[in-house]
Write a protein that binds this ligand. Structure first.
Ligand SMILES: N[C@@H](CCC(=O)N[C@@H](CS)C(=O)NCC(=O)O)C(=O)O
Length: 324
């Protein structure tokens, strides 16, 4: 029996849940309190960030049968493959396996990070109350007077997240451009084949389909003419594997956008660009470990949250477009 420590909405967590279900391993989830992480402090399983700092992170698993505790989704999938080889998620042969691992680490380090950063930005700017529901679930009911409190605490949480993930630098860090490039590389790869590596479904496909979820919140990508086949590929995988088509934050934001009739879909600096996109590379780089760009935000972030939130609103560079 495996215990999975999770934030239920995390796309890296969904990657592990999907692998556990695919292999038919028995598991149970522990929902971790995002600020204190008190449910997992006894585990001693910190993840190294790009900054060199260590952090308790989800997904983390504790396999009670072997006593193993591991963090990081790709390392967890590697452990599951070695310990529970049925149903296999790795291809046959050392070369194909190495290629598949390269795709997984690259997806974790590019798509996974950029999609998370831009989706949190979008929620913070469009309806921060959703963040309160995710980060302090017992406090907020969107349908009563608590909703206003939810929006206020959501704005504070959004401000803190904007520092943690550098939302105010989205333009200068070229996050939209880099994510677009990454999605075009993938779309190109899947243009001529059914799976990322080899002839059957592997952990690389599972990683891609799971990590694409936050992209679905971003109108700029959702309506991108060169990405529709990639999104259809993902939808059909979710259906075949009976994974959730839409999760809580997608449904919540969709309903709010429908009611208002708009979404922040205009990325102003991109809609003004001359069409001078770089050619799409055919190769992805070699990686040894997954990157993780989370930043440390100091000891009293909640006090500065509202100021960070207002700064983001003033500088985001996103404009309204009709929805749907
Ligand atoms: N590369 C890691 C990324 C894990 C990660 O960044 N997890 C986030 C949630 S999506 C986390 O737990 N962050 C800790 C925090 O926000 O304090 C993986 O693939 O598991």
């Amino acid at each position: 029996m495996i215990t999975l420590y999770q934030f239920h909405w995390s796309h890296y967590v969904e990657k592990v849940r999907w692998a556990l279900d695919y292999k038919g391993v028995r598991w149970t989830a522990v929902e971790v309190e995002p600020f204190s992480k008190r449910e997992m402090l006894h585990l001693r399983c910190e993840l190294m960030l790009d900054s060199g700092r260590k952090l308790y992170a989800v997904p983390t698993i504790h396999d009670k049968d072997t006593g193993t505790v591991i963090s990081d989704s790709s390392r967890i999938l590697d452990y599951l493959e070695r310990t529970y080889p049925q149903e296999p998620l790795y291809p046959q042969g050392a070369d194909a396996t190495a290629e598949m691992k390269r795709w997984m680490l690259w997806l974790d380090s590019t798509l996974g990070l950029a999609a998370r950063r831009l989706a949190y930005t979008q929620i913070t700017l469009e309806h921060p109350g959703i963040l309160a529901t995710l980060f302090i679930p017992q406090k907020v009911d969107a349908h009563n007077a608590e909703a206003i409190k939810g929006s206020l605490s959501g704005a504070v949480i959004g401000g803190v997240l904007s520092q943690r993930f550098r939302f105010t630098h989205n333009q200068s860090d070229r996050v939209f451009e880099n994510l677009e490039q990454c999605l075009l590389i993938i779309a190109q790869r899947l243009g001529s084949r059914r799976y990322l590596v080899g002839e059957r479904f592997t952990a690389a496909d599972l990683t891609l389909a799971a990590l694409l979820r936050p992209v679905m919140l971003l109108p700029f990508f959702r309506k991108h003419s060169e990405l529709q086949e990639l999104f259809a590929w993902r939808r059909s995988l979710l259906e075949v594997h009976r994974r959730e088509a839409r999760n809580f934050y997608e449904t919540a934001l969709h309903e709010i956008r429908q009611r208002r009739g708009w979404a922040l879909g205009d990325v102003r600096w991109l809609s003004r660009r001359p069409d001078e996109r770089k050619p799409v590379p055919t190769q992805i780089p070699e990686m040894v470990v997954a990157r993780n760009d989370q930043q440390s935000v100091g000891r009293w972030p909640l006090l500065s949250g509202p100021a960070w939130y207002l700064q983001l609103k003033a500088t985001c560079g996103l404009g309204r477009t009709a929805y749907p």
